[in-house]
Design a protein around this ligand. Sequence first.
Ligand SMILES: CC(C)=CCC/C(C)=C/CC/C(C)=C/CC/C(C)=C/COP(=O)(O)OP(=O)(O)O
Length: 391
Amino acid sequence: MSGVNANSLLSPMPRISSSSSSSSSRSNGCKRLSLFSCGVLASSAAVANPSRSSEERVYEVVLKQAALVRELPKRDGETALDWNKTIQNEGISDGNLLDEAYSRCGEVCAEYAKTFYLGTQLMTPERRRAVWAIYVWCRRTDELVDGPNASHITPKALERWEKRLTDLFEGRAYDMYDAALSDTVSKYPVDIQPFKDMIEGMRLDLRKSRYENFDELYLYCYYVAGTVGLMSVPVMGLAPESKASVESVYNAALALGLANQLTNILRDVGEDARRGKVYLPQDELAQAGLCDDDIFRGKVTEKWRSFMKGQIKRARMFFDEAEKGIGELNEASRWPVWASLMLYKQILDSIEANDYDNFTKRAYVGKAKKLLSLPIAFGKAVVAPQISKMW
Ligand SMILES: CC(C)=CCC/C(C)=C/CC/C(C)=C/CC/C(C)=C/COP(=O)(O)OP(=O)(O)O
């Protein structure tokens, strides 16, 4: 494995060329997420933003993605790149440039997301490498604001990153990682919008350090994590026998991204506070009798425990919503999704086990539990559906 590190991922490469108490339904029969339906949460996005809630804005993207999958099942046979024009000086023979580009993505994925990488081994080689390419692009985007060079990141740099994105969607890749993604988006019905939205999330993170209510936080979570779900579904593929609407599968994918991000936020409260950031709804903090100072002080009190219980409950609701959609994915894609869901969900258990001290303790899932999750995920993804087919 060649040494991949965060710096090398971003090193300059040569420029080569609302509130509801139950799920609401839509006319198409697709169930929308009841994002604000957790009983413990008093805030109402509809009240906070009567014109158009974040949930509605994101739902429009979901519908667009779903339509794309229906209309463009697969753009097979196209060649994304003119390799001679786009890639030079990489020291690789033309014949296997694409293979090399993808295998570099695999190396990055293996380095940073070991469990997910392992899970992707069950997927077909084409899907597996496409998932790697998407993962690497997301990782690099995240590194822009979270990585070692983050303090130098400006809106201008994000603008350049977005231009680079549109170029790769049009077949002009700047480096090997871009080349792999460029090939992926030419072969699968992947839309550019979630990618642009992820960059928008980075912009938001640069200028914002407080979230007034869950509606605002929801939009941030969609930008930085829900988008990953939307990018992944077209590549992971739907089960041919699935009777679910495409929208409902996208909703589940979106829910998994949101659940993961909310979990991340709850795990990292102390760490984020030390950077001056509070990714918690201010109105809900106030309703619990808490304020920013309580977070900076970092003392676990009854008020904090009770607040955290509500936040954990909401994150679990999103995980539950996500679980409903996994069975609709192509069978070979289910295992990595179950595995990552189970691992992330256990972080919430670990916060509870730490008696809600997410100020000084980092919740984590131990090796033994991680290892145990893999066969369980395999059982849910592969064995259980086979058994249910037999009955
Ligand atoms: C459920 C269905 C139908 C499909 C699945 C669709 C997928 C793959 C969704 C996954 C979404 C996802 C992985 C979002 C990323 C969320 C997130 C918070 C990642 C954290 O990444 P790191 O920052 O590397 O995490 P650590 O800090 O834990 O290392």
